[in-house]
Design a binder for this molecule. Structure first.
Ligand code: FES
Ligand SMILES: [Fe+2]
Length: 377
């Protein structure tokens, strides 16, 4: 029988595992998460006027498009008969539906409707058809979006909190990064939870990540801010605030591994490989209760290295070879994690109750608290 403490814990997070197997619970979860700032893509993919890309938000297809200086986002659904306005991953050009040819202006109003008066009895203006806008904002080169939320006007910067200047510093890109994407046959939360778990490395990544065995507790420095958190390897309690100040002043230089977990499904890590520092931006996009799509962008950390001209030249020449090794390493770590989460998913109907969470998994609890809040708000 459950102890009273376990019952109390279960009462705190009664539904944390529901969306792992249940389609209705998954859809409700996604609808709520769609109102939270979510990474949609990179500004590099909408660099020129008219460029657009599609993304998933709250279980729905959306697209982001550049109109001059501005980025705007809309649900990818025609106001006429709901045909997708964008049927590719990205492109350039006006918003014109491929089904009956309605065109929309940058405010999302249907301004061109073929034979409108004849077939609908009104002018396009009188028809006043409109596609649903989403809110779009950027931090560095990252484009975030959310469905309009009548209950909060929290800006992206407020949402990111302490991480805002750090994300801006770590994710401002001059050129297109390398990417990895793969389908994971598991719920997005299982993947995200394993990324919040600093206990599994020795067992799951014995040769890649966990070479030193289990990390001692004193090496684990965790920070929690808003719905987000961070892990700094072997840092002191002021390290987050120090990093915020240093990135603002432009004096921050990477020293040890750090990872920022931005609710709901984004992580940004800073790691050392092949004698250089890299950033990996990784997201688990929910597709179905038992399936997610992992996409990641990795690149050399954009912090000053103090190299002389010769070292720079050598660095630039040798980077492609190094990037291949780094990619191999990221893929290896991901495939080891995916092996575990796909097993967890197979047995997902047995998940429930509240697990026993140790110090090295503390951030899973924080994440579930943020998730529970998002589900009840
Ligand atoms: S569905 Fe888009 S124009 Fe008809
Ligand atoms: Fe892992």
């Amino acid at each position: 029988m459950d102890t009273p403490t376990e019952v109390a814990r279960e009462a705190r997070f009664p539904k944390w595992a529901a969306a792992l197997t249940d389609q209705d619970a998954f859809q409700q979860e996604q609808a709520r998460l769609g109102r939270i700032w979510t990474l949609l893509g990179l500004t590099l993919d909408v660099a020129n006027d008219g460029d657009w890309f599609t993304a998933e938000l709250g279980g729905r297809s959306v697209f982001v498009q550049r109109f001059g200086e501005k980025l705007k986002g809309y649900e990818n659904r025609c106001a006429h008969r709901f045909y997708p306005l964008r049927t590719e991953k990205n492109g350039n050009g006006p918003i014109k539906c491929g089904f009956h040819g309605w065109t929309y202006n940058q405010e999302g109003h249907a301004v061109g409707i073929p034979r409108c008066k004849e077939l609908f009895g009104v002018s396009p203006r009188e028809m006043s058809a409109k596609i649903a806008p989403i809110e779009v904002a950027t931090c560095g080169s990252l484009v975030f979006g959310r469905f309009q939320n009548p209950h909060t006007d929290e800006t992206l910067e407020q949402f990111l909190g302490e991480a805002a200047p750090i994300v801006e510093a770590m994710c401002t890109l001059k050129r297109r990064p390398r990417t990895i994407s793969l389908t994971v046959e598991a719920n997005w939360k299982l993947s995200y939870q394993i990324s919040l778990d600093d206990y599994h490395s020795a067992a799951v990544h014995p040769t890649t990540f966990g070479k030193g065995g289990y990390l001692p507790r004193k090496a684990l420095r965790y920070f929690r801010f808003g719905s987000h958190n961070a892990f700094f390897l072997g840092a002191d309690e002021n390290a987050l605030q120090d990093m915020v100040e240093a990135v603002k002043q432009g004096t921050y230089r990477p020293m040890r591994y750090r990872i920022f977990q931005i609710f709901p499904n984004l992580l940004i890590s800073l790691f050392h490989a092949q004698h250089y520092w890299y950033v990996n931006v990784q997201q688990y996009v929910p597709v179905a209760p038992g399936r997610s799509f992992m996409r990641s962008w990795y690149y050399r950390a954009p912090f000053e290295t103090g190299q002389g001209p010769l070292a720079r030249l050598w660095d630039a020449m040798s980077e492609p070879g190094r990037a291949h090794i780094v990619e191999y390493y990221i893929r290896q770590v991901n495939s080891e994690d995916n092996g575990v989460v796909e097993r967890l998913q197979e047995f997902a109907s047995q998940q429930g109750g509240w697990p026993r969470i140790g110090y090295a998994e503390e951030r899973i609890k924080w994440f579930e608290e943020a998730y529970a809040r998002a589900m009840t708000d």
